[in-house]
Design a protein around this ligand. Structure first.
Ligand code: FMN
Length: 361
């Protein structure tokens, strides 16, 4: 019998009670990188709502790697301690806690979306110097200057990912997801759109993929053997009019990521340049990329993008198009979506004991 949305899924010694993943979503509600009550309620509610995997938002591995001053961080022990009650509550609900480890590179030093989302110049009170594969800034309306990373910067970033993973592990997370998508730092190295280097980290495919593989290996090195490491990638830059990253590159990258220690690829798209041409954002708009990686590189994948219907999510698993199904905005609208989906699909799932009287008859 084929697996369904509510069939448990195991990677290494970690078992997810179902295939539903809370997709990482920035909340812009941290205080100097520290989780607040908002994160406890937001992530805790999605765990009580029945998601098998509750993934944090992009969590910066170093201070300059935050997208905005409101982003979560894990570059200090104090920040890790603020996340520990969250992992403990998420586990108490039978969900697996995951953390997305991130560095925004040249897309850092921005205002929160609620404050306009524009780039802050270096000398602004809330801004800072960003770093990247290149010294070309992200082409915002008012681009913030960035600085091309040298060899020492690259070593520092790899160390920052490793140290962040140690803190995350000790804070109780069971999945570490390396964020290499959406035009952030690791994607800036992968894509020829942003990587104009002529050292060992630029030029051909092997060199451009070196940093992400080294970061994944550093995280894997300190992550428990029993627990999985994920990598989120943008399968394509959606820039067919120029030399850019595309799905064939992603299929080529997948086995390298696996060799570096990744257990699953979370397949997203875009973010490297504002000229990107999305083919649409309808239901499951990125699923074909996940499916291509699953078939072409034989790696487990998470599919994400425009998935809202239980029957659609269920069919993705039943038809072997995805191993996990990540939901973003739908879980903002419906935190108890997994419990409702189980009812719709006739699956028998545990409800939080406190809510049992609310079970569908
Ligand atoms: C408010 C918001 C914040 C997001 N923040 C992140 C993030 O921190 N890391 C990430 O990889 N993707 C982020 N995303 C992208 C989502 O994880 C997801 O891939 C995207 O929204 C498409 O899925 P959906 O159609 O189910 O929302 C964010 C999306 C939203 C709506």
């Amino acid at each position: 019998m084929s697996a369904s949305l509510f069939t448990p899924f195991s990677l290494r010694d970690t078992t997810f009670s179902n295939r539903i993943m809370l997709s990482p979503m920035c909340q812009y509600s941290a205080d100097e990188g520290m989780a607040t009550d908002w994160h406890r309620v937001h992530l805790g509610t999605r765990a009580a709502g029945g998601a098998g995997l509750v993934m944090t938002e992009a969590t910066a591995v170093e201070r300059r790697g935050r997208i905005t001053p409101g982003c979560l961080g894990i570059w200090t022990d104090e920040q890790a301690a603020a996340l520990e009650p969250i992992t403990s509550f998420v586990r108490s609900q039978g969900a697996v806690p995951g953390i997305q480890l991130a560095h925004a590179g040249r897309k850092a030093s921005h205002a929160r979306p609620s404050e306009g989302g524009h780039a802050y110049p270096i000398d602004h009170a809330d801004g800072w110097q960003t770093v990247s594969a290149t010294d070309e800034p992200y082409p915002d309306a008012e681009p913030a200057a960035t600085r091309r990373m040298d060899a020492a910067d690259i070593d520092d970033v790899i160390d920052a990912f490793r140290e962040a993973a140690v803190r995350a592990r000790d804070a109780g997370f069971e999945v570490a997801e390396v964020h290499a998508a959406h035009g952030y730092l690791l994607h800036q190295f992968l894509s020829p759109v942003t990587n104009d280097r002529d050292d060992a980290y630029g030029g051909d495919f092997e060199n451009r993929t070196r940093l992400v593989c080294e970061v994944v290996a550093a995280v894997r090195d300190v992550w428990p053997d029993t627990d999985p490491v994920f990598v989120r990638i943008s399968a394509t830059d959606w820039l067919p009019d120029r030399d850019s990253w595309d799905v064939d590159d992603s299929v080529r990258l997948a086995p390298r990521l696996r060799d570096a220690g990744a257990d699953l690829i979370d397949v997203s798209g875009g973010g490297i340049h504002p000229d990107q041409q999305l083919p649409g954002t309808g239901p499951g708009y990125q699923v074909p990329y996940a499916e291509t990686l699953r078939d072409g590189a034989a790696v487990p994948v998470a599919a994400v993008g425009g998935i809202t219907e239980p029957s659609h999510a269920d069919a993705l698993v039943r038809n072997g198009r995805a191993d996990l199904v990540a939901l973003g905005r739908e879980l903002l609208r419906h935190p108890y979506w997994p419990l409702e989906a189980a009812h719709a699909l006739g699956a028998d799932v545990e409800w939080p004991v406190q809510y049992r009287r609310g079970r569908f008859e």
